[in-house]
Design a protein around this ligand. Sequence first.
Ligand SMILES: [Zn+2]
Length: 95
Amino acid sequence: MRNIISSISTLKNFMGNADRNTCNEYLYNALLDAIESMEMDVAVKPIENSCEEKTHYKCKCGYIFLTKYSDGHQMGNKPNYCERCGQAIDWSRDV
Ligand SMILES: [Zn+2]
């Protein structure tokens, strides 16, 4: 795959510069879909929510992948993609 982050940025710049009224509406909406789909493939780190007894690692959509409890046990797993919304997840940092 080519540099997807750079492609997303190129598309967003193009759409920002294009005058919506003179742009083909179907093309404009197709590009919006394309950007959204491409962004799902750029892995993002899970969102961390901690309280005293546990830490949740979750997706931007709210889906909880993994819960670690302070007593050491944990529930869930570290999927490469969110099973609810399809967002690619980056677990490269130690979790
Ligand atoms: Zn999700």
